[in-house]
Design a protein around this ligand. Structure first.
Ligand code: F6P
Length: 499
């Protein structure tokens, strides 16, 4: 029974990291895996052979293999919305008809990129990409990670409804050089559509006679985009079965593919496909996303950790923690199981993090000496992203490795203020290079890890009803007929809009 397996896992003995290393001279070889340009070192987690065995038994008991096959063959795994989750079809794994459809849509995107690059639609050198959540975080993170700085197109990705986000872009950009890309799966999202309207108004004010002629729409609701005024030839659809936070592989990646070149977008898909193949075929004890999820569940359920921290020791990956926040927290921040029962386990941890070495001088104090136990994940890249003196990159990587070592070993002192308890876990993902292919594999790793966590928790990672209530209430508050909410909220509204 699943509950018995969880009981076994929860009563696993707490053995310190130092003891685990002392007891197993092969620990480094056995607790590290390599795939698609990523070396995953989980020696410094508290997983040992007994824990791995217990989780593998649980995985078999819940039918993890069948669940993975259901995901990758396009079954309706998103049961609350009655549809499949077909982001993997975008990279070639899935129901044949869906893979074929994704290929055709990618081809359509490639053709439009060629037309735009040829200058046939205008002399564009600037792109404003509007979208929010999954329609912005992925493209933004990808662009920051992969742009070399010598691209033809300047790309600005704006998400917030706060005019302070869009205004500086409009001040900097020239309307006649600007391609407006509206990215919205539903094409109903208030923030994105208001921002789009403001860009069109700005274009008109700047003397553009037909601003809609400079618009491309990326959406799973092409009919909504047509109604909004976008020409059908410049709508790049994607499948409704691709979730927002899983959508950067679809036409949502258009702006990045245009700015960086379609070849690199294809490399991204190829890297993800390599990770998909690994996920589908590797046994549990060699399967990187599965092992990472085992560690996540160990810390969440056995050690009661409520957060997990991700530190990218690479400036180019500065937006990865934000991207992962949405991926993991929107996917697995749930409290009902697939069977409609209250979830008796802890759902997704709170994901937070930042960039090393900056974060060392800001938040690492708590990691080393605070009372919270926080599993940490380090990311670093072997090939430097700069051409300055090698001392920069060496210093960066050495700091990263030193932090993991310091968290684990600690340092005893009679002075309690200077005592480092140690035995604090971390895992390290060491990438050979930060190219599109490796990044694709890395992002697919995170998606599959999120899926395995959901499978172990028996929850649906593919819906997000939790974000709906706030949207409904914002609409209620803005309603002309003065839809009233609670007294406190009404006073806030009155004070803000009194003038
Ligand atoms: O509010 C949550 C959400 O639905 C996300 O899941 C999604 O990525 C984002 O809003 C944007 O939605 P859309 O792409 O439909 O504009």
């Amino acid at each position: 029974m699943t509950s018995d397996h969880w009981r076994t896992i929860k009563t696993l003995p707490h053995i310190s990291l130092t003891q685990l290393f002392a007891a197993d001279s092969d620990r480094v070889a056995s607790f590290a895996l390599e795939q698609a340009g990523i070396y995953f070192d989980f020696c410094k987690t508290h997983l040992d052979q007994a824990a791995l065995q217990a989780f593998q038994t649980l995985a078999d008991d819940i039918g993890l293999s069948a669940k993975i096959n259901a995901l990758l063959s396009g079954e309706a795994v998103n049961i609350s919305e009655g549809r499949a989750a077909e982001h993997c079809a975008e990279r070639g794994t899935g129901k044949p008809a869906s893979v074929e459809n994704a290929r055709a849509l990618h081809q359509r995107m490639k053709s439009l990129i060629e037309v735009i690059s040829s200058g046939a639609l205008g002399d564009f050198t600037q792109i404003i990409h509007l979208g929010i959540g999954g329609s912005a975080l992925g493209p933004k993170m990808l662009h920051q990670a992969l742009a070399l700085g010598d691209e033809k197109y300047e790309l600005a990705i704006v998400s917030n409804i706060d005019g302070a986000a869009l205004e500086p872009v409009l001040e900097r950009f020239s309307a006649d050089k600007t391609l407006l890309v509206i990215a919205s799966k539903t094409f109903t999202t208030a923030e994105t559509l208001l921002n789009a309207q403001s860009v069109l108004d700005w274009m008109r004010e700047q003397g553009i006679a037909d601003p809609l002629g400079q618009v491309v729409a990326l959406t799973a609701s092409p009919e909504q985009a047509v109604t909004w005024g976008v020409d059908e030839t410049r709508i790049l659809p994607f499948s409704d079965t691709v979730g927002g936070r899983y959508s950067l592989w679809s036409s949502i990646g258009f702006s990045v593919a245009l700015a960086l070149g379609h070849d690199r977008f294809e490399d991204l898909l190829a890297g993800a496909a390599a990770m998909d193949a690994h996920f589908q075929t590797a046994p549990w004890d060699r399967n990187i996303p599965v092992i990472a999820a085992f560690a996540d569940q160990y810390y969440a359920q056995v050690r009661g950790c409520e957060t997990r921290a991700v530190f990218a020791y690479d400036e180019r990956l500065g937006l990865l923690p934000d991207y992962l926040q949405q991926l993991e927290m929107e996917s697995n921040g749930k409290s009902a199981t697939l069977d409609g029962e209250p979830l008796a386990l802890h759902s997704s941890p709170i994901i937070w993090g930042g960039v090393g070495t900056d974060a060392q001088h800001a938040v690492f104090q708590l990691l080393h000496q605070g009372t919270h136990l926080v599993p940490v994940e380090f990311l670093a890249v072997i090939e430097p992203g700069d051409s300055l003196h090698p001392a920069h990159h060496q210093g960066l990587l050495l700091n990263c490795f030193a932090q993991g070592a310091a968290l684990m070993t600690g340092k005893n002192s009679d002075d309690c203020h200077r005592n480092y308890p140690g035995d604090r876990p971390s895992a390290t993902l060491l990438l050979e290079d930060l190219d599109a292919r490796t990044l694709g594999a890395l992002l697919a790793f995170y998606e599959h890890r999120t899926f395995v966590n959901a499978a172990l928790l028996n929850i649906n990672p593919f819906d997000q009803f939790g974000v709906e209530l706030g949207k409904q209430m914002a609409n209620a508050l803005s309603a002309e007929d003065g839809n009233r909410l609670d007294a406190s909220t009404e006073i806030l509204k009155q004070r803000a809009f009194a003038g």
